[in-house]
Design a protein around this ligand. Structure first.
Ligand SMILES: [Zn+2]
Ligand SMILES: [Zn+2]
Length: 157
């Protein structure tokens, strides 16, 4: 969550909220291709048609889960067992292996812990949150009231 290299940056979340002042609302359309970026090492997590994350299942096995980089597409493939309905132990960046789990946010549907990384389209980069429970499709962009970004097809709002 911190960037020690540059003293001006407070946290990656503050940093990326900068361009979205004045209650500007941005909508990502369903099906938008989102580049995903690790908030720790700044490496891209998306590779062509996959968003690749390291996952730890309830049996402490470490594997890879590939998600769809398209917004509101919930395809998922994995090389380890992820029991449906169970929360994964951890979701990590496959490059720096830092955990992507965030504490200040819970799933809006099932209250499970959530993972967060940055997503970007051509012009903006914002925090994105996903639920860690297998089978739950909850996801959100932003948690800051003032800077709420709405998902086009979200029914949470
Ligand atoms: Zn990383
Ligand atoms: Zn959930």
């Amino acid at each position: 969550m911190k960037d020690e290299k540059d003293g001006k940056k407070e946290s990656w979340e503050d940093l990326f909220w900068e361009p979205h002042k004045y209650n500007e609302r941005i909508k990502f359309k369903s099906g938008t291709y989102l580049h995903s970026i690790c908030p720790h090492c700044d490496k891209e997590l998306t590779k062509k048609q996959s968003l690749i994350l390291e996952v730890v299942n309830p049996d402490n096995e470490i594997g890879i889960v590939e998600l769809s980089p398209y917004l509101d597409s919930f395809e998922k493939t994995t090389n380890i067992k992820l029991p449906e309905g169970k929360v994964v132990k951890d979701l990590r960046c496959p490059k720096c292996h830092e955990s992507l789990i965030v504490k200040k946010q819970r799933c809006g549907l099932c209250d499970s812990k959530v993972a967060s990384f940055l997503v970007s389209t051509s012009s903006i980069k914002v925090p994105f949150f996903i639920c860690t429970r297998s089978g739950c499709t909850w996801h959100a962009i932003s948690t800051e009231d003032e800077n709420q970004i709405l998902l086009d097809s979200s029914d949470e709002w």
